[in-house]
Design a protein around this ligand. Structure first.
Ligand SMILES: Cc1cc2nc3c(=O)[nH]c(=O)nc-3n(C[C@H](O)[C@H](O)[C@H](O)COP(=O)(O)OP(=O)(O)OC[C@H]3O[C@@H](n4cnc5c(N)ncnc54)[C@H](O)[C@@H]3O)c2cc1C
Length: 506
């Protein structure tokens, strides 16, 4: 049995880069996307007002397709979507996309080695489509399924004209005009939304259960944060599960140096954002930024707080909703017409039945994936994009290359017991390091470059020493990784696309 056809669920960065890479390695691909347009997080239906990337433009591109030079330093959501559409066109992916088509179920016949995928187009009356594949790659995103709290009284609140929605479902700033708006959460999307609507709403209040650190786009209004955080040096400030070389020093004898570097940044951020003056100092060490997410400052947010144009309530959440108002956890009642929740995401794979779920997740719902890609012991299945990071797009792309190499028989995987032990170790480490906030094992922040290094190491294609050195001092440039595709293609030039897959399928 050989593997020729691959079904891919999702057309965001992960799905599109997987499709492009697998096609280059000779596989037939079909990509299912439930939205009208490609882009996932950046699709029109999911963009809130004011959405931009956190990454500067040059660090958020795929290796062989730079973002247009006329894009601003922090491109808008619409620009990223246009970039991804152009990527799909440029690499001939459009004929392989099944848009507005939701995968409803995916079932593997292990004996025959065939996945049967049932998918439904968003056209009333059409029967479900049935497709068969030799392999499946799940690229459904870890920021794809909104988690919105079930507030007591929400039905009566909405019946009286109120609305409760997730930031990703709040697509029109005009909806807030003249309304009392509560924005729940203090992450980047909550602050972006609050900032975008504050001027036109009757009132905008952010409810922050916990304050977190926000990183200015430019330190002291001069130095782009990419020179600090999006470098190997920036990543090395946080202790990896297996520190090596200079990192060992930084977290050993050099710890005082490392602490004083982080301490200096903390002081600069505190002063620059006037966090003590406006009462928004998180009261935790800056080091906590790297737990599970890093949130950039929204342009104008702190200024609006200082000017009283928007409020931030600390340690408060919504206890219940009533027509036209919300009861807060401290018993206070405040006017509310619209509640926008930046309350995170759920990590689900609803198209799998319980037997598959049992094989890919643990009892707590954590995904058990070797190198964040392979479910050990479940054949013909892979995940991509389950290594969300500071350079998610690059982690997806290198993940796709790792997978292509594996499907071509080019990877020497460790024995199953060793892979399982490594997964266990990593999940335990993530749990401890992030206080349980690792999106079910799918969030590797801030260890983006480490993940890429490991994937390249497995493939026997590590970056050159000069490039690595450059990355210690300057931001990672995705273009430096374009060589990996060329090297891998050259290596497999004489391997028929399906020759080695028999072994994988066995
Ligand atoms: C507001 C926001 C800002 C961000 N900014 C950055 C940034 O600056 N830098 C960075 O590195 N990362 C950033 N991220 C992380 C971001 O998630 C990744 O960079 C990247 O876009 C994820 O791509 P993906 O393909 O893995 O997932 P997604 O973009 O979520 O794509 C998954 C796709 O799968 C589709 N899908 C899901 N289920 C099905 C189904 N059953 N059938 C068919 N289709 C399905 C979805 O519709 C979606 O289009 C940001 C995330 C958010 C939410």
């Amino acid at each position: 049995m050989t593997i020729r056809s691959v079904g891919i669920i999702g057309a965001g960065f992960a799905g599109l880069s997987t499709a492009k890479v697998l096609r280059a390695f000779g596989f037939e691909v079909t990509v299912f996307e439930k939205e009208l347009d490609v882009g996932g997080v950046w699709a029109a239906s999911r963009r809130y007002p004011g959405l931009t990337t956190q990454n500067p433009r040059t660090t958020y591109a795929l290796s062989d397709f730079p973002m247009p030079a006329h894009y601003p330093e922090w491109p808008s959501g619409q620009q990223v979507q246009a970039y991804l559409h152009a990527y799909a066109e440029h690499f001939g992916l459009i004929p392989h996309l099944r848009m507005s088509t939701t995968v409803e179920s995916a079932v593997l016949d292990e004996e025959a080695g065939v996945w049967t995928v049932k998918a439904r187009r968003a056209v009333a009356g059409l029967p479900a489509e049935v497709h068969r594949f030799d392999h499946l790659v799940v690229c459904n995103g870890i920021f794809s399924e909104p988690a919105v709290p079930q507030y007591p009284g929400a039905d009566a609140f909405e019946a009286a004209g109120g609305r409760v929605c997730h930031t990703s479902q709040f697509n029109d700033a005009g909806e807030a005009r003249g309304k009392h708006v509560l924005v729940v959460g203090y992450g980047k999307s909550s602050c972006d939304v609050a900032n975008a609507i504050a001027a036109d709403s009757a009132s905008t209040t952010v409810l922050a259960r916990q304050l977190i650190w926000k990183i200015p786009k430019k330190f002291m209004n001069v130095l782009n944060f990419k020179y600090l955080l999006l470098t190997r040096m920036g990543e090395a400030l946080f202790k990896y599960i297996e520190p090596k070389g200079f990192e060992k020093f930084l977290h050993g004898a050099g710890l005082p140096v490392r602490n004083s570097m982080l301490g200096s940044v903390e002081s600069v951020v505190t002063r620059q954002l006037k966090l003590r003056e406006i009462g928004l100092h998180p009261g935790t060490p800056l080091e906590t930024i790297a737990r599970s997410t890093v949130s950039l400052v929204t342009d104008g947010f702190y200024e609006k707080v200082a000017a009283g144009q928007l409020g931030v309530r600390k340690g408060v959440s919504i206890r219940a909703l009533q027509p036209g108002q919300a009861v807060l956890s401290n018993g206070e009642t405040v006017p509310a017409d619209l509640v926008v929740c930046g309350t995170g995401w759920q990590q689900q794979v609803p198209f799998f039945d319980a037997s598959v779920l049992q094989r890919v997740t643990d009892a707590r719902g954590n995904f058990r994936l070797y190198r964040s890609i392979l479910p050990v012991g479940m054949p013909r299945l892979a995940f991509n994009g389950y290594n969300s990071s500071f350079f998610s797009q690059l982690n997806c792309e290198i993940g796709a290359l790792w997978l292509a190499n594996h499907l071509r028989g080019g990877l020497q995987l460790p024995p199953v017991g060793e892979m399982n032990a490594q997964i266990d170790r990593r999940l335990a480490w993530m749990e401890e390091r992030t206080d349980g906030k690792h999106s079910k094992g799918t969030n590797i922040i801030p260890f983006s470059v480490h993940n890429i290094d490991e994937l390249l190491q497995d493939m026997g294609l590590p970056l050159g020493a000069l490039t690595r050195f450059k990355q210690w001092l300057g931001p990672v440039d995705p273009a430096d990784y374009a060589v990996v595709t060329r090297q891998l293609l050259a290596r497999h030039a004489h391997t028929p696309a399906d020759a080695s897959l028999a072994a994988q399928a066995a």
